[in-house]
Design a protein around this ligand. Structure first.
Ligand code: SF4
Length: 304
Protein backbone atom coordinates (compact mmCIF):
# COMPACT_ATOMS: atom_id res chain seq x y z
CA UNK A 1 0.00 0.00 0.00
CA UNK A 2 1.42 3.48 -0.84
CA UNK A 3 2.50 5.51 2.20
CA UNK A 4 -0.10 8.24 1.51
CA UNK A 5 -2.86 5.65 1.79
CA UNK A 6 -1.46 4.23 5.04
CA UNK A 7 -1.18 7.64 6.69
CA UNK A 8 -4.65 8.88 5.87
CA UNK A 9 -7.71 9.79 7.90
CA UNK A 10 -9.82 9.92 4.74
CA UNK A 11 -10.43 6.18 4.70
CA UNK A 12 -8.98 5.55 8.11
CA UNK A 13 -7.15 2.27 8.57
CA UNK A 14 -4.51 3.57 10.96
CA UNK A 15 -5.09 0.87 13.55
CA UNK A 16 -6.27 -2.76 13.48
CA UNK A 17 -9.92 -1.70 13.84
CA UNK A 18 -9.69 -0.85 10.11
CA UNK A 19 -12.85 1.29 10.25
CA UNK A 20 -12.40 2.80 6.77
CA UNK A 21 -14.35 5.95 7.81
CA UNK A 22 -13.73 9.36 6.28
CA UNK A 23 -12.71 11.42 9.31
CA UNK A 24 -12.41 14.54 7.12
CA UNK A 25 -16.20 14.39 6.61
CA UNK A 26 -17.04 14.15 10.30
CA UNK A 27 -17.33 10.38 10.34
CA UNK A 28 -15.82 8.65 13.36
CA UNK A 29 -14.71 5.10 13.92
CA UNK A 30 -14.17 3.00 17.04
CA UNK A 31 -11.69 5.48 18.57
CA UNK A 32 -13.98 8.48 18.13
CA UNK A 33 -11.19 10.76 16.84
CA UNK A 34 -12.01 13.41 14.27
CA UNK A 35 -9.81 14.79 11.52
CA UNK A 36 -8.09 17.24 13.85
CA UNK A 37 -5.70 16.39 16.67
CA UNK A 38 -7.06 16.80 20.18
CA UNK A 39 -4.49 17.11 22.97
CA UNK A 40 -5.80 16.41 26.47
CA UNK A 41 -2.70 17.50 28.37
CA UNK A 42 1.01 18.19 28.04
CA UNK A 43 3.48 18.12 30.89
CA UNK A 44 6.96 17.25 32.06
CA UNK A 45 6.19 13.69 33.18
CA UNK A 46 8.30 12.51 36.14
CA UNK A 47 6.96 8.96 36.55
CA UNK A 48 7.82 7.13 33.36
CA UNK A 49 10.73 4.68 33.41
CA UNK A 50 13.98 6.35 34.64
CA UNK A 51 15.57 6.27 31.18
CA UNK A 52 12.55 8.22 29.86
CA UNK A 53 11.78 10.63 32.72
CA UNK A 54 15.28 10.96 34.18
CA UNK A 55 15.91 11.75 37.84
CA UNK A 56 16.47 15.53 37.69
CA UNK A 57 13.44 17.05 39.50
CA UNK A 58 13.55 20.09 37.22
CA UNK A 59 13.19 17.97 34.10
CA UNK A 60 11.07 15.06 32.88
CA UNK A 61 9.64 13.43 29.80
CA UNK A 62 7.82 15.85 27.49
CA UNK A 63 4.51 14.03 27.55
CA UNK A 64 1.70 14.91 25.16
CA UNK A 65 -1.49 13.00 26.02
CA UNK A 66 -3.80 12.65 23.05
CA UNK A 67 -7.55 12.37 23.47
CA UNK A 68 -9.21 9.10 22.36
CA UNK A 69 -7.81 5.60 21.92
CA UNK A 70 -8.68 2.70 19.66
CA UNK A 71 -8.41 0.02 22.36
CA UNK A 72 -10.87 0.97 25.12
CA UNK A 73 -9.54 -1.31 27.89
CA UNK A 74 -12.06 -1.92 30.64
CA UNK A 75 -9.49 -1.06 33.35
CA UNK A 76 -8.11 2.07 31.63
CA UNK A 77 -6.63 4.61 34.06
CA UNK A 78 -7.11 7.46 31.57
CA UNK A 79 -10.75 6.79 30.73
CA UNK A 80 -11.75 10.45 31.05
CA UNK A 81 -9.67 11.22 27.95
CA UNK A 82 -9.51 7.88 26.14
CA UNK A 83 -13.16 7.07 25.53
CA UNK A 84 -14.69 7.64 22.10
CA UNK A 85 -17.11 10.32 23.34
CA UNK A 86 -14.48 12.29 25.29
CA UNK A 87 -14.31 15.95 24.44
CA UNK A 88 -11.45 16.74 26.79
CA UNK A 89 -8.58 18.80 25.49
CA UNK A 90 -7.86 21.34 22.81
CA UNK A 91 -7.63 21.10 19.03
CA UNK A 92 -4.10 21.49 17.64
CA UNK A 93 -3.04 22.05 14.04
CA UNK A 94 0.17 20.28 12.96
CA UNK A 95 2.00 23.61 13.30
CA UNK A 96 0.63 24.21 16.81
CA UNK A 97 1.65 20.68 17.75
CA UNK A 98 5.17 21.32 16.43
CA UNK A 99 5.32 24.46 18.58
CA UNK A 100 4.14 22.47 21.62
CA UNK A 101 7.02 20.00 21.09
CA UNK A 102 9.47 22.91 20.90
CA UNK A 103 7.99 24.45 24.05
CA UNK A 104 8.51 21.16 25.93
CA UNK A 105 12.10 21.09 24.66
CA UNK A 106 12.52 24.64 26.00
CA UNK A 107 11.15 23.56 29.39
CA UNK A 108 13.87 20.89 29.71
CA UNK A 109 12.15 17.73 28.44
CA UNK A 110 14.42 14.78 27.77
CA UNK A 111 12.25 13.58 24.93
CA UNK A 112 8.85 14.07 23.31
CA UNK A 113 6.58 11.36 24.66
CA UNK A 114 3.51 10.85 22.46
CA UNK A 115 0.92 9.09 24.61
CA UNK A 116 -1.74 7.17 22.60
CA UNK A 117 -0.62 8.60 19.25
CA UNK A 118 -1.86 5.91 16.82
CA UNK A 119 -5.09 7.53 15.63
CA UNK A 120 -3.23 10.81 14.92
CA UNK A 121 -0.22 9.27 13.16
CA UNK A 122 -0.45 11.39 9.95
CA UNK A 123 -0.74 14.72 11.80
CA UNK A 124 2.02 13.75 14.24
CA UNK A 125 4.41 12.87 11.40
CA UNK A 126 3.80 16.28 9.87
CA UNK A 127 4.27 18.03 13.25
CA UNK A 128 7.52 16.18 14.04
CA UNK A 129 8.90 17.02 10.59
CA UNK A 130 8.06 20.69 11.05
CA UNK A 131 9.41 20.81 14.63
CA UNK A 132 12.70 19.26 13.49
CA UNK A 133 12.99 21.93 10.80
CA UNK A 134 12.52 24.53 13.55
CA UNK A 135 15.16 23.03 15.87
CA UNK A 136 13.69 20.03 17.71
CA UNK A 137 16.52 17.64 18.56
CA UNK A 138 14.89 15.40 21.20
CA UNK A 139 14.17 11.70 20.69
CA UNK A 140 10.54 10.98 19.82
CA UNK A 141 8.79 8.32 21.91
CA UNK A 142 5.78 6.43 20.51
CA UNK A 143 3.98 5.49 23.73
CA UNK A 144 1.37 2.99 22.64
CA UNK A 145 -1.03 0.38 23.96
CA UNK A 146 0.45 -1.91 21.33
CA UNK A 147 -2.69 -2.28 19.18
CA UNK A 148 -0.91 -1.27 16.02
CA UNK A 149 -0.72 -2.17 12.34
CA UNK A 150 2.76 -3.38 11.43
CA UNK A 151 2.66 -1.49 8.11
CA UNK A 152 2.05 1.82 9.94
CA UNK A 153 4.88 1.13 12.41
CA UNK A 154 7.20 0.09 9.59
CA UNK A 155 6.80 3.54 8.03
CA UNK A 156 7.50 5.58 11.17
CA UNK A 157 11.28 5.42 10.77
CA UNK A 158 11.44 9.12 9.86
CA UNK A 159 9.43 10.09 12.94
CA UNK A 160 10.06 7.78 15.89
CA UNK A 161 13.23 6.90 17.84
CA UNK A 162 11.77 4.95 20.75
CA UNK A 163 8.80 2.63 21.04
CA UNK A 164 7.41 2.49 24.55
CA UNK A 165 4.91 -0.23 23.88
CA UNK A 166 2.53 -2.28 25.94
CA UNK A 167 2.12 -5.95 25.19
CA UNK A 168 -1.02 -6.63 27.18
CA UNK A 169 -2.16 -10.15 26.30
CA UNK A 170 -1.21 -13.31 24.50
CA UNK A 171 -4.62 -14.92 24.90
CA UNK A 172 -7.24 -13.72 22.37
CA UNK A 173 -10.10 -14.47 24.80
CA UNK A 174 -8.59 -12.22 27.49
CA UNK A 175 -7.92 -9.55 24.85
CA UNK A 176 -11.57 -9.75 23.82
CA UNK A 177 -12.90 -9.70 27.37
CA UNK A 178 -10.82 -6.77 28.61
CA UNK A 179 -10.14 -4.72 25.46
CA UNK A 180 -12.74 -5.91 22.89
CA UNK A 181 -9.82 -6.80 20.63
CA UNK A 182 -9.40 -10.56 20.12
CA UNK A 183 -6.83 -9.88 17.39
CA UNK A 184 -4.61 -7.93 19.81
CA UNK A 185 -2.07 -10.77 20.39
CA UNK A 186 -1.63 -11.36 16.66
CA UNK A 187 -1.33 -7.61 15.93
CA UNK A 188 1.20 -6.78 18.62
CA UNK A 189 3.36 -9.76 17.66
CA UNK A 190 3.66 -8.38 14.11
CA UNK A 191 3.98 -4.75 15.24
CA UNK A 192 6.69 -5.63 17.78
CA UNK A 193 8.91 -7.09 15.05
CA UNK A 194 8.27 -3.96 12.95
CA UNK A 195 9.23 -1.72 15.89
CA UNK A 196 12.54 -3.51 16.18
CA UNK A 197 13.20 -3.14 12.47
CA UNK A 198 12.64 0.62 12.88
CA UNK A 199 14.75 1.26 16.01
CA UNK A 200 17.20 -1.62 16.39
CA UNK A 201 18.83 -2.29 19.77
CA UNK A 202 18.52 0.05 22.74
CA UNK A 203 20.95 2.97 22.80
CA UNK A 204 21.49 4.70 26.16
CA UNK A 205 23.46 7.96 26.39
CA UNK A 206 25.99 9.14 28.98
CA UNK A 207 23.15 10.52 31.15
CA UNK A 208 21.45 7.13 31.30
CA UNK A 209 18.68 8.34 28.97
CA UNK A 210 17.25 6.20 26.19
CA UNK A 211 18.04 7.54 22.72
CA UNK A 212 16.81 4.67 20.58
CA UNK A 213 15.12 1.31 20.99
CA UNK A 214 12.17 -0.41 22.56
CA UNK A 215 10.80 -0.48 26.08
CA UNK A 216 8.42 -3.41 26.31
CA UNK A 217 5.83 -2.71 28.98
CA UNK A 218 3.68 -5.38 30.50
CA UNK A 219 1.06 -4.64 33.14
CA UNK A 220 0.25 -7.73 35.17
CA UNK A 221 -3.47 -8.29 35.64
CA UNK A 222 -5.04 -10.33 38.45
CA UNK A 223 -5.45 -14.00 37.53
CA UNK A 224 -3.43 -13.62 34.30
CA UNK A 225 -0.02 -14.88 35.47
CA UNK A 226 0.16 -17.62 32.85
CA UNK A 227 -0.76 -15.21 30.10
CA UNK A 228 1.96 -12.80 31.30
CA UNK A 229 4.49 -15.60 30.98
CA UNK A 230 3.18 -16.42 27.50
CA UNK A 231 3.58 -12.74 26.52
CA UNK A 232 7.23 -12.78 27.58
CA UNK A 233 7.89 -16.08 25.78
CA UNK A 234 6.34 -14.75 22.59
CA UNK A 235 8.21 -11.43 22.77
CA UNK A 236 11.50 -13.25 23.37
CA UNK A 237 10.89 -15.38 20.27
CA UNK A 238 10.59 -12.23 18.10
CA UNK A 239 13.35 -9.91 19.40
CA UNK A 240 16.32 -11.08 21.50
CA UNK A 241 15.43 -10.05 25.08
CA UNK A 242 18.83 -8.45 25.64
CA UNK A 243 18.15 -6.00 22.79
CA UNK A 244 15.15 -4.33 24.49
CA UNK A 245 14.30 -3.05 27.96
CA UNK A 246 11.45 -4.69 29.83
CA UNK A 247 9.20 -2.77 32.20
CA UNK A 248 7.13 -5.16 34.32
CA UNK A 249 4.35 -3.15 35.90
CA UNK A 250 2.52 -4.12 39.09
CA UNK A 251 0.56 -0.87 39.36
CA UNK A 252 -2.76 -2.40 38.36
CA UNK A 253 -5.51 -1.07 40.59
CA UNK A 254 -9.25 -1.80 40.38
CA UNK A 255 -10.05 1.83 41.28
CA UNK A 256 -10.78 2.76 37.68
CA UNK A 257 -13.17 -0.11 36.94
CA UNK A 258 -16.78 0.52 35.97
CA UNK A 259 -19.38 -1.31 38.10
CA UNK A 260 -20.04 -3.75 35.28
CA UNK A 261 -16.41 -5.02 35.22
CA UNK A 262 -15.80 -8.73 35.77
CA UNK A 263 -15.11 -9.87 39.33
CA UNK A 264 -11.78 -11.35 38.25
CA UNK A 265 -10.40 -7.81 37.88
CA UNK A 266 -11.54 -6.54 41.27
CA UNK A 267 -8.33 -7.05 43.20
CA UNK A 268 -4.69 -6.06 43.01
CA UNK A 269 -2.12 -8.62 41.92
CA UNK A 270 -0.38 -10.77 44.51
CA UNK A 271 3.34 -10.91 45.23
CA UNK A 272 3.34 -14.53 44.06
CA UNK A 273 1.95 -13.48 40.68
CA UNK A 274 4.42 -10.65 40.30
CA UNK A 275 7.49 -12.50 41.54
CA UNK A 276 6.93 -15.55 39.36
CA UNK A 277 6.62 -13.40 36.22
CA UNK A 278 9.69 -11.38 37.22
CA UNK A 279 11.68 -14.60 37.69
CA UNK A 280 10.56 -15.87 34.32
CA UNK A 281 11.61 -12.63 32.64
CA UNK A 282 15.07 -12.83 34.19
CA UNK A 283 15.43 -16.46 33.08
CA UNK A 284 14.63 -15.42 29.52
CA UNK A 285 17.38 -12.78 29.64
CA UNK A 286 15.26 -9.63 29.91
CA UNK A 287 16.64 -6.66 31.84
CA UNK A 288 14.90 -3.42 32.70
CA UNK A 289 12.49 -2.22 35.36
CA UNK A 290 10.26 -3.69 38.03
CA UNK A 291 7.90 -1.90 40.41
CA UNK A 292 7.30 -1.93 44.17
CA UNK A 293 3.90 -3.09 45.44
CA UNK A 294 3.29 0.50 46.63
CA UNK A 295 2.96 1.57 42.97
CA UNK A 296 -0.56 0.05 42.86
CA UNK A 297 -2.30 3.36 43.50
CA UNK A 298 -3.90 6.10 41.44
CA UNK A 299 -1.35 8.63 42.78
CA UNK A 300 0.83 8.27 39.68
CA UNK A 301 -1.98 8.85 37.20
CA UNK A 302 -2.01 12.44 35.88
CA UNK A 303 -5.22 14.39 36.30
CA UNK A 304 -6.87 15.45 33.07
S1 SF4 B 1 -7.70 5.11 14.14
FE1 SF4 B 1 -9.83 5.21 14.83
S2 SF4 B 1 -11.06 5.50 12.96
FE2 SF4 B 1 -8.99 4.86 12.34
S3 SF4 B 1 -9.12 2.63 12.10
FE3 SF4 B 1 -8.43 3.02 14.21
S4 SF4 B 1 -10.32 3.12 15.46
FE4 SF4 B 1 -10.91 3.30 13.32
Amino acid sequence: MPMTAIFSVKECRLCPRQCGVDRTKGETGVCGAGAEVRVAKSMLHKWEEPCISGTDPARGSGAVFFTHCSLGCIYCQNRSISRRNSEKGEIYSAEALADLFLDLQEQGAWNINLVSPTHYAPQIREAVKSAKEKGLVLPIVWNTGGYECAEVIENLGDTVDIFLTDWKYNDPKTAEAYSSAPDYPERIAKAYGAMYRVTGKTVIDENGMLKKGIILRHLLLPGCRRDSIAVLDKAASIVPPENVLLSLMRQYTPEFLPETAPKSLQRRITSFEYDSVTDHAANLGFAGYTQESTSATSDYTPEF
